[in-house]
Design a protein around this ligand. Structure first.
Ligand code: SF4
Length: 320
C-alpha cells in the first residue's frame, strides 16, 4: 500500500470539510518590477510575459496601462473589479460543474499581485472575499514586492479567512538567480518568507528543478532550505523552454540543456521524501501542451508526466 503524498487538496478538505478549488485570476494592469524596468527589463529568462493564461478576457482599455508601487491613481479600478468578478464567476462555475468544487480560494496568479497601490490591492482582495463560497485568498508575488502595509492588512484578513502568499524561491543559489535574471537574491526571499510567517500568513514556496548549471545536489539543497524556512506548502516545477524568451535563445545557442525526465523524477522523489509531513504539495510538475513549448518534449503531456511520476513514486512507497 503506497502512502498518499500530503496534497494541498487534502489539507483544504480537512480544514473546510469540503472540496476547495483554487480559482486562478489574471488582472489586467498588473505587471512585474522585473519586467517594467524597476528592477530589470525582460523578466526572468524563462518568463514569456504574455504566457499567463488564467483568462482570456483581458480588458482591452487597459492595454499598455500598468500599475506599480508608485502609482498614485488607478482610473481602471472599477474595470479590474468587474474583470475579477467575471473571471471568478466563469471559472468557479466550471469547477463546480466539472470537478464538484464546493468552496474556493481566489488565486491572484499572474505577474506580481502585491505590485500596485495599496488601495487597489485592498479593493481587489476585499471584493474577492465577498464571492459565494470563497474561503480565502492565495496571492502570488515576488519577495521584493511586499510592503508592510499590505502584509499587515493580509494578517488582519487572516483572522477570519484563509490567506496564502506564494513566493518564487526557485533556487537558493545566487549565481543561479543571476543566470535567470531573477532580479533579487536568495537572502531577499528568505527574509520575505520569514516576515510573512511572522505576520501569521501561510506561505507556499515555488521551486524549479533544472535551472542552468544546477546539479541535483543543489536542487535538493534548495528544497531543504525552503523546508527549513518553514514554508507551509510547496510547488515543484521542471524548467522548460518557451519560445520567444531569453532562455529559448540560450537553448538554441546550445548554452542551456533542459533537465531530463529521469533526473527530474529522481530529484522530485528525493525532495518529496525529504519533505516534512506537514508541508502540503500543490504541484509536482509543470508543462505546456501547445506550440510555444521548445523543450524538453516530455513537458508537453501533463497526463503522461503525472503517470510517470506515480510510477517513480511507487518504487518508494508513495503516490500522488
Ligand atoms: S517574477 Fe514572475 S512575472 Fe516577473 S519576470 Fe519573473 S517569472 Fe515573470
Amino acid at each position: 500500500m503506497n502512502n498518499q503524498v500530503y496534497t494541498f487538496g487534502i489539507y483544504l478538505h480537512r480544514k473546510f470539510g469540503a472540496k476547495v478549488h483554487k480559482v486562478g485570476i489574471n488582472i489586467s494592469g498588473f505587471t512585474c518590477p522585473n519586467i517594467d524596468g524597476t528592477v530589470a527589463k525582460g523578466g526572468c529568462t524563462f518568463c514569456e510575459n504574455d504566457s499567463f493564461s488564467a483568462s482570456t478576457d483581458r480588458v482591452q482599455e487597459l492595454k499598455g496601462f500598468y500599475l506599480n508601487l508608485q502609482s498614485t491613481t488607478n482610473p481602471y479600478l472599477e474595470k479590474q473589479l468587474l474583470q475579477l468578478e467575471q473571471q471568478f464567476s466563469a471559472i468557479s462555475a466550471r469547477q463546480r460543474r466539472e470537478y464538484g468544487a464546493q468552496k474556493f480560494l481566489v488565486y491572484f496568479q499572474s505577474f506580481t499581485n502585491t505590485y500596485a497601490p495599496f488601495e487597489t490591492l485592498k479593493a481587489l482582495y476585499d471584493k474577492a472575499l465577498t464571492f459565494d463560497d470563497v474561503v480565502g485568498l492565495s496571492i502570488g508575488t515576488r519577495s521584493d514586492c511586499l510592503e508592510d502595509k499590505t502584509l499587515a492588512y493580509l494578517a488582519e484578513l487572516s483572522k477570519t479567512k484563509e490567506i496564502w502568499i506564494e513566493f518564487g524561491i526557485q533556487s537558493i543559489y545566487d549565481e543561479t538567480l543571476l543566470k535567470i535574471n531573477r532580479g533579487h537574491d536568495s537572502a531577499n526571499v528568505q527574509e520575505a518568507i520569514k516576515k510573512a510567517k511572522s505576520y501569521g500568513l501561510n506561505v507556499c514556496g515555488h521551486l524549479i528543478f533544472g535551472l542552468p548549471d544546477e546539479t541535483q545536489e543543489m536542487m535538493l539543497k534548495t528544497a531543504q532550505a525552503a523546508y527549513d524556512l518553514g514554508i507551509d506548502s510547496v510547488k515543484y516545477h521542471p524548467l522548460y523552454v518557451v519560445k520567444k524568451t531569453a532562455l529559448a535563445n540560450e537553448y538554441l545557442r546550445g548554452d542551456f540543456t533542459p533537465i531530463s525526465e529521469a533526473l527530474y523524477l529522481d530529484t522530485l522523489t528525493k525532495a518529496l521524501l525529504m519533505k516534512p509531513e506537514n508541508v502540503s504539495v500543490q504541484r509536482v510538475t509543470a508543462g505546456i501542451n501547445d506550440a510555444s513549448l521548445l523543450a524538453p518534449q516530455w513537458c508537453s503531456d501533463k497526463n503522461r508526466q503525472i503517470k510517470n511520476i506515480n510510477s517513480e513514486l511507487k518504487k518508494h512507497g508513495l503516490k500522488y
